[in-house]
Ligand binder design. Sequence first.
Ligand SMILES: Cc1cc2nc3c(=O)[nH]c(=O)nc-3n(C[C@H](O)[C@H](O)[C@H](O)COP(=O)(O)OP(=O)(O)OC[C@H]3O[C@@H](n4cnc5c(N)ncnc54)[C@H](O)[C@@H]3O)c2cc1C
Length: 414
Amino acid sequence: MNESMPESIVIIGAGATGFTAAKTLREKGFTGTVTLIGDEHAQPYRRPAVSKELLAGTKTIEQVLLGALADEIDFRHGDTVVSISADEVVLDSGDRVPFDALLLATGSRARQLDHLDGAPVFTLRTASDIEPLHAEIRRTGSLLVIGSGLIGCEAAAVARELGAEATILSADMPLSRIVPPAISELYLNLHAEKGVAIHTGVTVAAVEKLPDGTVRAIAEDGRSWEAGTVLVAVGSVANAELAVASGIETRAGIVIDAQMRTSSSNIYAAGDVAEVPNTILGGTYRSEHWNGAIDQGAAAARSMLGIGTDGLDVVDGLDVPWGWSNQYGVNLQFAGWTGSDDDYVVRGSIADRRFTAFALRGDKLVGAVGIGRPKDIRAVRALVADERPVDRALLADDNVDLTAVTVPLSGVRE
Ligand SMILES: Cc1cc2nc3c(=O)[nH]c(=O)nc-3n(C[C@H](O)[C@H](O)[C@H](O)COP(=O)(O)OP(=O)(O)OC[C@H]3O[C@@H](n4cnc5c(N)ncnc54)[C@H](O)[C@@H]3O)c2cc1C
């Protein structure tokens, strides 16, 4: 550990990022004060379960807790940090907690539509969102979801599993932010097969409550749909306000460098709230996936202590991101940086729902999405990090091991 090691560390946000950072600090031998402050009342839990097992009611919150906190963590839950300065945070309860180093792990919140006019809609992000939404789906027997990203699609799948009618309205094709058109098509068909009325190319212009208690969503083109319950699932917004108010640089999230440091030298940020440098493709990105939260929480803790992995840069342990989604028991995995506009090479069969689609920019592998082939996704993370050119024909050939698809660097493509 270096000479300027802090004696007191405050972490704001007790999600996966904050929890992992606190744990890592102790694992790495930090003996100073660690204060973890979270505004939710629940103990830290696995947020991905919110739109899956918890909404379905097949697991309880106790079954998805992240586990015991590391020793001697001062955990303040159910309290909100209302302001920060260079050496102190102020809580809603009036408490003030001084720090030498601060980690902003405040995550994100569900984006709202701005034309709801007080209509009774739900969003889905925290443990406290689950029970009211679950109860309303059961009571009304129907759910209309606005948005066809991961959370919207998962919630519609759960609604069907609960025996409710489900409708999805979306401007775009399902999951189009992270998968190519052929896989969006697969998800369109999967939901239709399971009885979801899924409508794309729909921009919802208004949502209104009807006299009988049901809710009507009205599209820009005048079409309308009614349901007992409406869930707005149109993405997330970084909880970056504390940083903005204290003059720390932000874009869509809090801007950090490769050491997870913000523009204020003793203040760090990680997880959903952070705008992370993309060391492979350039630019920045917000991870917004579970694995990124865990990796970044650990990396920020190491950075605050000045500890690298194997003596290398502090953030060298920050892996190529990956995530997953589970709908109707179909497990989609994705790694790297994929989008609907990338060029894809497919191994396996999309029709059989057992494939890996590799995303390429030129001859560079930048990510992959797949179903039923988790080993491929693990290999892709290593290949993307490796940054060597890949051979498209070898990538597509299922008989070729994924460790053998790179093109030798020596003189082949200069
Ligand atoms: C419904 C749902 C399903 C998901 N499913 C998947 C999935 O299947 N696979 C996957 O890879 N990823 C999934 N994700 C994404 C993944 O859960 C997140 O990327 C991850 O939880 C982010 O962790 P975080 O700790 O950075 O932020 P968060 O989990 O958002 O935690 C931040 C915490 O900080 C608290 N906080 C904010 N401001 C303050 C303040 N001022 N004072 C005190 N506390 C504050 C917040 O309330 C929150 O508790 C899902 C997300 C959601 C919402």
